[in-house]
Design a protein around this ligand. Structure first.
Ligand SMILES: NC(=O)c1ccc[n+]([C@@H]2O[C@H](COP(=O)([O-])OP(=O)(O)OC[C@H]3O[C@@H](n4cnc5c(N)ncnc54)[C@H](O)[C@@H]3O)[C@@H](O)[C@H]2O)c1
Length: 245
């Protein structure tokens, strides 16, 4: 029971990786606060868990919503798992500035805002943060300018905060998954994505390179656990060999 007595806040808990992470942390004893913008999906996750949990409506694309979520914790938090995210993509010539801003707001600014709001609580508990980046944090991918920019930002937020808060005893790491079998991972390519070889320049090398969400949950749990007590500022890649070359 790696998380017995630990209070963990999980965003994006209504969906693939967030739901798998909630199930793993619940099984390992965590006291969970689950958040998502989709109330019915969040209720479905809660119904899968062995014990009652607190659920909160939360819009990661709104700084006031991120701050209200932390305020609702009554000053107690050990683990922050920023998992909420959106993918909008397509040929850049047809991709609106509005969509670019929306992706940055949820993925990058939302991660920043929740980290910033939660850090005083995590300093008090000597807790930790695991953010969700992507292989798109570490390479460019055609047609995904907004998403790749937002995930590069998540990597930069993770590393910069890790340096700033190491002396206070707070560890901040990120996972960088490749292709995961979730609602997001199953999105059909948008119209106009004609040259698939530009998207898949670095394909997974393992024959079963698409990840089940539970594999990403395992990586997140490792980073949040005492086994990773000497890790901070790390970007843990889990991608079936995608970025190997
Ligand atoms: N699926 C992949 O291939 C993949 C790969 C690398 C990284 N990721 C990242 O993993 C994270 C989880 O993605 P997933 O694959 O489980 O996707 P998903 O779409 O299955 O789940 C995402 C969850 O986030 C919630 N969400 C969306 N917008 C929100 C908002 N504004 N505020 C609060 N919650 C919001 C959704 O309701 C959903 O429950 C994301 O950050 C994503 O970028 C996914």
């Amino acid at each position: 029971m790696r998380f017995d007595g630990k209070r963990a806040l999980i965003t994006g808990a209504g969906g693939g990786i967030g739901r798998a992470t909630a199930m793993l942390f619940a099984a390992e004893g965590a006291d969970l606060v689950l958040a998502d913008i989709n109330a019915s999906a969040l209720a479905e996750t809660a119904a899968l868990l062995p014990r009652p949990v607190t659920t909160c409506h939360h819009d990661a694309g709104s700084i006031p919503s991120c701050e209200a979520l932390v305020a609702a914790l009554d000053g107690r938090l050990d683990i922050l798992l920023n998992i909420a995210g959106i993918l909008k993509w397509g040929p850049t010539a047809d991709f609106s500035a509005k969509d670019f801003a929306a992706v940055m707001a949820v993925n990058a600014t939302g991660t920043y805002a929740l980290c910033r709001a939660a850090l005083p609580l995590l300093v008090a508990s000597r807790g930790c943060i695991v953010n969700t980046a992507s292989t798109a944090a570490l390479q460019g991918i055609a047609y995904t300018v907004a998403y790749a920019a937002s995930k590069h930002a998540v990597a930069a937020i993770t590393k910069s905060l890790a340096i700033e808060y190491a002396a206070a005893g707070v560890r901040i790491n990120a996972v960088c998954p490749g292709h995961v079998d979730t609602g997001m991972g199953r999105q059909a390519p948008p119209a106009g994505v004609t040259d698939w070889s530009l998207v898949m320049r670095n394909a997974p090398k393992l024959p079963d390179g698409t990840l089940p969400p539970a594999d990403v949950a395992d990586a997140i749990a490792y980073l949040a656990s005492p086994a990773a007590a000497r890790m901070t500022g790390s970007l843990l890649v889990i991608d079936g060999g995608q970025l190997a070359g």
